[in-house]
Write a protein of this length. Structure first.
Length: 94
């Protein structure tokens, strides 16, 4: 299968991985919806910034997202990406 990891890109240039094994990503107004196989979708305030189909990486721009922290908390506590380490910020993979 071709799942992707999802990264947030902050205004200061930092990036943070928030999810693995995402199958479908759609932009719905001011939010991006992440979908997994047999799991509830999750919403992130922001916009799709870049899709790297070769590396299976989707980057979301959250520079204009005042509600990010509340949405991010919901995502990081999700059992879907329980294997993702959210304890630190990673350099962007590009």
């Amino acid at each position: 299968m071709c799942e992707s990891s999802v990264w947030l890109q902050y205004p200061d240039g930092r990036t943070e991985k928030i999810a693995d094994d995402v199958m479908i990503v759609t932009q719905e107004g001011p939010e991006v919806v992440l979908r997994w196989f047999l799991a509830e979708p999750r919403r992130v305030a922001g916009r799709i910034y870049q899709v790297d189909a070769i590396r299976h990486i989707i980057t979301l721009d959250v520079s204009e997202s005042p509600t990010l922290s509340a949405v991010q908390t919901e995502i990081t506590s999700s059992p879907i990406d329980a294997g993702v380490d959210h304890s630190h910020v990673h350099p962007h993979p590009h």
